[in-house]
Structures are given as structure tokens and as C-alpha cells.
Design a protein around this ligand. Structure first.
Ligand code: ATP
Length: 561
């Protein structure tokens, strides 16, 4: 299929703001997609080139896109940059330039969806000497062959922001509408496969029934089941029913462990591969789990030393670490506390939780310094739950979980099968979308951070405030995050500078506390956090995991009542 057709659909989606209209447009288009480019088309609709588990980025910075446009259209780089600063949208700049193109190429062929996707993929895979120049050339070639409207979306794809107001929710509803399914069934299939193209292929090739019987693919991460929050044991029991399993809530990071044949892989909830970062955990698995079976188990990797649990900040350093791993293994010892099993020679997604947990307990050779099943018990008593909660806090844990005994495993959703009870004031997870350079003795550091939440319907990020407290000027303890640390993290992500303010590519998720949520016209969410403060970095979370506008609204309403 020609890319021009997709560009027209993108334009149509961009021009319409109503969700139902977008779903209508997209669902009709889905029925038109060529069978041999389903994967590529859905990747581009989602604005993606790589899957999260491929650990790859197209990495085309603004400067490269400007250079490519300059080569393709003959306009001066400075002129293009000025246009970009003025409009703030590389897509519109590219469209205008291609329309006025000075250097018409002699021969242009029509771009196909596959051409565009494959070119971006090649760009992302380039490395080594001369890679930069090649990337620019590949991108320039796309612009040379593109129509003005195609150029708009090619430029935006290169900056990973299509601006068509289509998030996962709309794609799910559109597939459901196109093939006559309930959205929840498509959503569940997607949360297992994490590939819209594959979901649609399955429907087309294997028929509708296949959607209800999808099994996890070992070696490819699934979106994990999430918990909702309760303020008391009673409230938690009201959600999960009595009796329920109560378990310690460990303060580490969640890991999915896949084992197929001889391959063991570890995945975060962001669907990132962290196998290489945890050679110690791989050894524990070989010792404590049955190596003659294929399985997918889930648990928490927690820092543990001298029979004490370490705070999350400590092990968060291990998630990103790609070098000196052996040293980290010694300095920050970890253990695994398993709490679920999703595959054991067969998919267990539809098996009740109690049975899954019993099975888990029966197959793990427990060793508290390596791997054990999470501490837990079945009870219907609030008093017992409260005592268990107090024990958990005394042992340096985060709180407790309540789990519904007969619940299926529901990938990717907060459905009330799992409820968490924590003592601390509610924090929220946000992404940094902007920052401000400091002054005086804070000069040279980014010291204030614009934070945003998600509108899940449209995929848009909405600002909720600006954080500058909670970070340190100087490290007092090893776990402190300083302005300098944060500047190092954010500087490579600067997208645009305007005086002291910079726009940041939204990748860094942080947890913040605040005193109150107020309605405010100052930020695009319509809310503002009063006295927001930085709590910690959340490298285990991606943009899709941050809090959304619905939750902010709930928190706002709850505080009023
Ligand atoms: P939080 O920020 O409170 O950790 P979250 O947003 O990371 O929450 P939730 O799904 O809301 O994720 O809370 C459950 C998280 O608690 C799980 O993702 C998991 O990482 C962690 N956890 C620790 N112990 C357990 C346990 N026994 N059972 C389930 N999850 C556990």
C-alpha cells in the first residue's frame, strides 16, 4: 500500500478531535490494509519503528532531521531551524519545504508504507563510523521521494511524535469496531502480544476464536496485571472479597522471568530486557526453578543484605547498568520474591489465582537469599490483615497486597484482582516534559522540571506543575539525586531551547508528592499540584505507566470529600 494513503488517514485523524470519529476513520482504514504490510502499517499508526523489547531507538535528533531536509530541499539549515523555532512543528516545516522544493529530483517513485518503515528501521540499526551521515542520507532520500503531506508525517515520525491524537485506546477500539469484537477482548490480546499487527493477523488468519485463546509467547514480555489502591484493610477486602490472599509488598522492581528451552530472559514492566544486568538472578533461577519445564513467572527483584531489605533507590541503579555488572552484583545484592505464575508448559492466564499460587509454591526450591515465594497467607480478618501490615512496615517493606483468590490473570489492567495498601501519602508518577536552567550558584544545572500526566484516550501529555524541591545541591548520601545528576539525565533529551526554558523529550518518569491538587488554568491538564516535590526516579516505568488525567481527577475529588 502506498504511504500516501496512510498520510491521508493521518491527516484526517489529525483534523478530527472527537474520539468516536477517529475510531470510525481508523476502523474503516484497518479493513483496507494490505495483508503483507500489516505489521509495518500498525507500527507507523502507533508512531513506532521498534518494539519496546528490541531496545532500539530511531534516534533522529532535530538537528539530523533539519540536515536531511536541507539536503532534500536545498534550503539553508539556518532558515529551516528558524522556521522550526517559529512553528514548533517539524512536520509543518517539512511539508512547506517539500511543497516549495527548489531541487526537484528527476525521478521520484511513490513511497510505499514498507519503504518508509524499512528505511526508519535501517536508520535505527545503523551504528559505527559514518552512521550519522548515512542516517541523514536515508532520511533525505525519503523526503526527496515524498509528497508535501507525506513529508509532514515522515518528519514527525523521525521525532517520534505524529501529533494525530491516536493512543493505544483508540487503536484498540478501532480494531474492535473493524472486526466486531468487544474492546476488552482486543485489549487483552494486545496486552499479551504487544503488537497490534499480530492481533489483526491472528483474526484474519486464524479466525475470531483465536483472540480468546491467546497464550503468552515465551521470550516476549507481556503487559503485567496492575493493582488498585485501598486506604484500609476493609476497603481492600471489599474489592477482592473474603477470604483473600494477603502478601508482603516488596519495594523493588517487578520482573517477568521467561524460560523456554535453554533460554532464560528477564523483563521489566516497560517490556525492556534486563537479562544481562542480573547474571546473579539467572543463576538463582537455574538453582531454584525446574529447568526441565518452560515457564513464565513474575515477582519482585529486591535489594537484600544481612536479612534486611534495601530501599528501591539502591537497586534502581542496577536496572540501567550495562557495564561493570559483576561489581554491581557484589555491591548491591538482590533476591527474587515470586508472586505469580502465568505459564507452566501451558498458559495459566485463565487459571484462578489460588491455584496458580499453589503451583508456584510447589515448584520453587525456596532459598531466602536467592528466590522464594512472597510471604503471604489467606485470611478474612481485618485484624489479621492489619497485624500483617504492621509486620511488613516493621520489616522495611512498602505495605501489603490483597489478592482475589478466584481471579484470572488480567494482563495490563487495574481490575481489582490485586489491591495494595500502603502507609504513605499518595504519590503520583509523572514524566518530565520541560525544564528550566538555574541561576547563580545553580547555573549550569537544570533545576526546575515541568511535569506531565497522560491523557490515555488521545495519548497526549498534559502538564500538571513544576517541581524543583526534593533534589539535592550536593550528595549527602549515596542515594541522593542531585540537580547535577538530573541535568546529566535530561541534557541529551533537550528538544528545544527558549531562553531559560527547555523542552524535554518525554522519557524520564519520576514519582512526586504534593500537598494538594488544585484546579488551574495555568497548565494544560487544568490541574496544578501544590508544592510538588521529587521523591525518586522511576526507571522501571515508561510513559504508558505514568498516572493519567482520570486518576488525577479521582484524587482531586477524593481530597475534596
Ligand atoms: P507502586 O508505585 O505502589 O509500586 P506501581 O504503580 O509500581 O505501584 P502497582 O500495580 O500499582 O504498581 O502496585 C503493585 C506493584 O507492587 C507491582 O507492580 C509490584 O512491582 C509490586 N509488588 C511487590 N510485592 C508484590 C506482591 N507480593 N504481589 C504483587 N505485586 C507486588
Amino acid at each position: 500500500m502506498e504511504f500516501e494513503r496512510l498520510a491521508n488517514v493521518f491527516k484526517n485523524l489529525e483534523d478530527k478531535s472527537e474520539r468516536l470519529v477517529k475510531v470510525d476513520i481508523l476502523s474503516k482504514f484497518i479493513l483496507e490494509i494490505d495483508k503483507d504490510s500489516i505489521k509495518e502499517t500498525f507500527m507507523l499508526i502507533g508512531g513506532n519503528i521498534f518494539y519496546p523489547w528490541e531496545d532500539k531507538d530511531t534516534e533522529i535528533a532535530e538537528k539530523l532531521t533539519i540536515k536531511a531536509l536541507s539536503i532534500a530541499t536545498g534550503y539553508d539549515k539556518q532558515y529551516i531551524e528558524n522556521l522550526f523555532v517559529k512553528t514548533g512543528d517539524m512536520g509543518l516545516v517539512a511539508e512547506k519545504l517539500v511543497l516549495e522544493k527548489k531541487q526537484r529530483s528527476i525521478f521520484t517513485k511513490k513511497l510505499s508504507i514498507k519503504d518508509v518503515y524499512d528505511t526508519f528501521r535501517s536508520i535505527g540499526l545503523l551504528g559505527g563510523e559514518g552512521a550519522q551521515d548515512k542516517k541523514i542520507r536515508y532520511l533525505a532520500n525519503l523526503f526527496v521521494s515524498s509528497t508535501p503531506l507525506e513529508a509532514r508525517y515522515i518528519a514527525r515520525l523521525s521525532l517520534e511524535d505524529l501529533k494525530i491524537g491516536v493512543g493505544e485506546g483508540i487503536i484498540i477500539d478501532s480494531i474492535a469496531k473493524a472486526f466486531n469484537f468487544r474492546s476488552e477482548d482486543i485489549e487483552k490480546a494486545y496486552f499479551i502480544l504487544n503488537d497490534f499487527g499480530e492481533v489483526v493477523k491472528l483474526i484474519l488468519e486464524k479466525g475470531s476464536e483465536a483472540i480468546y485463546n491467546i497464550s503468552p509467547i515465551l521470550g516476549r514480555p507481556i503487559k503485567v496485571m496492575l493493582a488498585i489502591k485501598a486506604d484500609s484493610a476493609k476497603e481492600a477486602f471489599d474489592v477482592v472479597g473474603r477470604p483473600a490472599m494477603i502478601e508482603y509488598k516488596y519495594d523493588g522492581f517487578r520482573v517477568q522471568i521467561h524460560k523456554k528451552g535453554n533460554e532464560i530472559s528477564l523483563w521489566t514492566r516497560r517490556l525492556e530486557n534486563v537479562t544481562d544486568q542480573f547474571p546473579d538472578v539467572i543463576e538463582f533461577i537455574k538453582e531454584c526453578l525446574p529447568m526441565d519445564k518452560d515457564f513464565l513467572v513474575e515477582g519482585e527483584i529486591v535489594g537484600y543484605h544481612d536479612r534486611k531489605y534495601l530501599p528501591f533507590q539502591k537497586i534502581s541503579q542496577r536496572i540501567r547498568r550495562k557495564y561493570n555488572i559483576e561489581k554491581m552484583v557484589k555491591e548491591i545484592p538482590v533476591v527474587v520474591r515470586l508472586f505469580d505464575i502465568i505459564y507452566y508448559d501451558n498458559s495459566l492466564l485463565n487459571v484462578p489465582f489460588k491455584e496458580r499460587r499453589d503451583l508456584l509454591k510447589s515448584i520453587v526450591k525456596e532459598d531466602e537469599n536467592k528466590i522464594s515465594v512472597s510471604e503471604g497467607k489467606i485470611t478474612d480478618s481485618e485484624e489479621e490483615a492489619n497485624n500483617f501490615f504492621n509486620d511488613a512496615i516493621r520489616n522495611g517493606l512498602e505495605g501489603i497486597m490483597f489478592k482475589k483468590l478466584d481471579a484470572k490473570y488480567q494482563p495490563g489492567r487495574r481490575v481489582g484482582y490485586m489491591v495494595k495498601l500502603k502507609p504513605v501519602k499518595e504519590s503520583i508518577d509523572v514524566v518530565i516534559t520541560g525544564a528550566e536552567w538555574g541561576e547563580g550558584k545553580r547555573g549550569g544545572w537544570l533545576t526546575s522540571y515541568i511535569i506531565s500526566i497522560l491523557d490515555r484516550e488521545t495519548g497526549k501529555l498534559l502538564e500538571v506543575g513544576e517541581v524543583s524541591s526534593g533534589l539535592k545541591e550536593k550528595k549527602e548520601s549515596e542515594d541522593d539525586i542531585t540537580f547535577e545528576d538530573m541535568t546529566k539525565i535530561l541534557k541529551p533529551l533537550i528538544r528545544e531551547e527558549d531562553g531559560k526554558m527547555v523542552k524535554i523529550i518525554p522519557k524520564i518518569v519520576i514519582e512526586v508528592l504534593y500537598d494538594e491538587i488544585q484546579k488551574s488554568p495555568k497548565y494544560s491538564s487544568g490541574f496544578a499540584l501544590r508544592f510538588p516535590r521529587f521523591v525518586r526516579l522511576r526507571p522501571d516505568k515508561s510513559i504508558e505507566d505514568i498516572d493519567d488525567i482520570n486518576r488525577l481527577y479521582d484524587l482531586y475529588r477524593n481530597q475534596k470529600s
